[in-house]
Design a protein around this ligand. Sequence first.
Ligand SMILES: Cc1cc2nc3c(=O)[nH]c(=O)nc-3n(C[C@H](O)[C@H](O)[C@H](O)COP(=O)(O)OP(=O)(O)OC[C@H]3O[C@@H](n4cnc5c(N)ncnc54)[C@H](O)[C@@H]3O)c2cc1C
Length: 381
Amino acid sequence: MDLSLSKQQAELVQTVRGLAETEIKPYIQGRDFPNKDGFDWHLVNKLSELNLVCPTIPVEYGGLGLDIFTTCLVVEELAAACSGLTAVVDANVHAVQPILLAGSERQKQRVLPKLAGSNASLSAFALTESSGGSDINSMTTFAEKTAQGYVVNGRKDYILNAPQAEFISLFAFSDRIQKKSSMRCFIIPRDTPGVSTGNVRDMAALDYAEIAEVVFDNAAVDQSMVIKSDEPYSGYLLLSQTFDIGRVLVGATSVGISRAAYELAYGHADGRIQFDRKIKNHQAVSHTLAEMATRIEMARLITWKACWLIDKGDDFTVASAMAKLAASTIAQEVTAEAADILGARAYEKGSPMERLLRDARILSTIEGTNYIQRNIIASLL
Ligand SMILES: Cc1cc2nc3c(=O)[nH]c(=O)nc-3n(C[C@H](O)[C@H](O)[C@H](O)COP(=O)(O)OP(=O)(O)OC[C@H]3O[C@@H](n4cnc5c(N)ncnc54)[C@H](O)[C@@H]3O)c2cc1C
């Protein structure tokens, strides 16, 4: 296994790191989110200029066509600067994944070019409901078969990009008894009559991203926008594959957050004098920094291993669940230790460290909770 980056990958990392330092970090510092005047497109537009709003869209549809490993390199850099912006990108990659895995040529032509290029729109992935997050069988959103396709009724909750998304990848049941085996993925254009934004959730993390309910009130979806055939469990399988890939993005986000926390802690420890010496020269602090650096490397490697399996087309379900579980747990440990090293200043509202603490905490819930990751790993041991 060769862990070195190609010349193009190394250049891309430098480009995104440059954007993070010159545009993203200065922009979010001292700004309150959510923006009272509606979603702030500034940072999305900056990413658009690099065609990085949804990096996995293939070149033939206007995207960069990055593999999952290279996408995760980008995600780590973005997360080290602004996890909210990273969440916007992660949601896009997640929403597009069912189309890449199983969409028809017509669906790809219709959707993908709009989410790529220098004027890219956003998309959303809609699964969770107030009745069911972990327990998919308790979802109530229902797609009723009609002569032309389906009519959808229900509400999805805690959906990233919901207020802005031009397309929504919706997972819903089409049979009230068969439930899971009747699950379908519907690609729903935002301007479909009956589709609207419900309650906007005021979240205590991922500043910049917007999260809300999506409401479907007799929303008619043409058959041409339904992914996959009528085979039992095909929609559920597609959902599982999409999650397996999405989880490594949380791994990479965790690494970015951890790295940013470590850098803040190291910088502070190198400047702060207590008891007549830099605090990094107190052994307890230097050992903590050494452990933080070691665990970040572990998180990065387990994430890269999962990416490697995905890009190779090997079985990656356990690897991606382990990457999500391990890297998000490490992010919580590392941010807590970094805050200890920063002392009181770690808790100033809106400061970089305070943001990192909040963002790391939420990682154990998104993309399937860490208890659910343990269930997945245990079931496949
Ligand atoms: C910031 C953020 C962004 C999100 N974005 C999206 C999005 O874009 N699209 C989307 O569809 N969803 C999104 N979600 C929702 C997310 O996927 C769910 O929150 C998650 O799946 C958990 O569901 P829940 O919150 O309903 O918790 P519940 O499912 O109610 O779980 C509550 C607790 O019970 C535990 N639990 C439940 N069942 C089991 C079990 N069998 N074994 C062990 N433990 C169990 C869980 O692990 C958890 O600790 C987002 C959530 C957040 C916080």
